[in-house]
Design a protein around this ligand. Structure first.
Ligand SMILES: Cc1cc2nc3c(=O)[nH]c(=O)nc-3n(C[C@H](O)[C@H](O)[C@H](O)COP(=O)(O)OP(=O)(O)OC[C@H]3O[C@@H](n4cnc5c(N)ncnc54)[C@H](O)[C@@H]3O)c2cc1C
Length: 379
């Protein structure tokens, strides 16, 4: 096992999601060759053309600027959203507006204009080789694992549809619609996505989704044409390391996913780019420094937030929503909620010690892509 990967070697990456493609770009920008293995036949096939939000509240810097600085250009369709309408479980409704974009709406999946297709064409233009239909099981020369989630800690089920509704973003926190999570409706340019994002009671997904549809029909004037069902899962780990010898982990494969609400895209892109740079230069330790400084504090805070959110219930959601007056900037509110605090860190440590959730456990002497699957680490 060495601390350096030879500068003349191709950097191998398992997984062509946002993290893997961001990494491959960074590798090319550092002058090295990048080979990405993707087990499916194209990029974005985990998704279905659904809308996702690239959050813009966890740092003062605009997310697109931060991505650009990391070598990732926004060559995918993206629409800034400044406004969100939030419902509480008792039917209370407020519309919040932020002067700066609260998030950028992007589409996920194969097909032109999606985030995945945009990243793929950037990677191709930079000379990255992507080998489709090729699952990577081991990386004996070292490299990067960006293979996405490995189990479902949360699921989202919903519909994509055509609509004549005006653009808008709507969210509701109600355990009758999305247990321990939230339901959302996003409409842009005649397309819509609605989903129940559930953190518990997965086996009743159909029932919850039916209720979400009814809820938005009544409360947000939902009009769906040609609905297509979709679903997906998210995996939250409590990472202690994102390195296994010469193999680095990034994106959701490293557990870099927001355990509070599932906004994992930004971490996936940033961690991928940082890991790619570290591998290309052979300075793997810089990646550990990067994620410990940039991502760990956010992750620990989000784990703590999740712990409290799990215990709120409908009454608590209502109280939390009511704490935010309609004239307050929602971006500032979310920034405050996601901001690392010493007491959240302390709370996190206690949670981590008692958590039943698997830690990201990486066997140092092993070069398989997944070595944590059978093993749960003791803390
Ligand atoms: C329904 C849904 C809605 C979401 N909404 C949002 C949102 O609004 N905002 C947000 O920020 N985040 C959202 N997320 C989370 C976000 O999609 C993920 O955090 C992000 O996709 C993680 O990127 P990644 O590159 O780490 O993994 P992935 O996107 O999962 O990419 C991993 C890739 O690796 C491939 N792969 C897997 N195993 C192997 C292997 N062994 N060899 C080769 N290839 C392999 C997979 O096929 C896949 O293409 C949502 C997730 C879901 C499911």
């Amino acid at each position: 096992m060495t601390n350096d990967i030879r500068a003349d070697e191709t950097v191998e990456i398992a997984g062509a999601g946002p993290a893997g493609l961001a990494a491959a770009l960074a590798v090319r920008q550092s002058g090295r060759a990048a080979l990405v293995y993707e087990r499916r036949s194209g990029v974005g096939q985990r998704f279905h053309g659904d809308f996702q939000g690239l959050e813009n509240w966890t740092s003062e810097t605009d997310v697109l600027e931060e991505l650009e600085a990391a070598g990732i250009r926004a060559t995918f369709d993206h629409a800034p959203f400044h406004e969100v309408t939030v419902f509480d479980p008792r039917g209370g409704v407020r519309t919040y507006r932020s002067p700066r974009p609260l998030f950028y709406l992007v589409r996920r999946g194969p097909g032109s204009g999606t985030l995945d297709a945009g990243l793929e064409s950037q990677a191709q233009a930079a000379g990255v080789e992507v080998r489709f239909n090729t699952g990577a099981k081991r990386l004996p020369q070292g490299g990067l694992v960006t293979a996405g989630p490995h189990r479902a800690d949360a699921i989202a089920v919903g519909y994509l549809f055509d609509t004549d509704m005006p653009d808008g973003a709507f969210a509701v926190a109600d355990d009758q619609l999305a247990p321990k999570g939230y339901a959302y409706l996003l409409v842009h340019d005649g397309l819509g996505t609605l989903a129940s994002c559930m953190f518990a009671d997965f086996h009743r997904e159909r029932e919850y989704l039916d209720r979400v549809e009814t809820f938005f029909r009544i409360n947000a004037g939902l009009r769906m044409t040609a609905p297509r069902r979709f679903g997906g899962s998210g995996n939250f780990a409590l990472p202690r390391t994102a390195r296994k010898g010469d193999i680095l982990y990034a994106g959701e494969a490293a557990g870099f996913q927001d355990p509070l609400f599932g906004f994992g895209l930004r971490s996936a892109l940033l961690s991928g780019a940082a890991a790619g740079r570290a591998l290309a230069t052979g300075r793997l330790g810089e990646y550990e420094t990067f994620w410990n400084q940039r991502l760990r504090p956010l992750q620990e805070t989000a784990v703590t937030n999740r712990w409290f959110y799990d215990r709120l219930g409908n009454r608590g959601y209502r109280a939390a929503i009511n704490r935010l007056p309609a004239d307050k900037d929602p971006r500032a509110y979310l920034a405050h909620a996601y901001a690392p605090r010493w007491w959240k860190r302390l709370w996190y440590r206690t949670i981590a010690q008692h958590s039943q959730r698997p830690l990201l456990h990486l066997e140092p002497g092993c070069d398989c892509v997944w070595c944590r699957c059978q093993r749960l680490a003791e803390h």
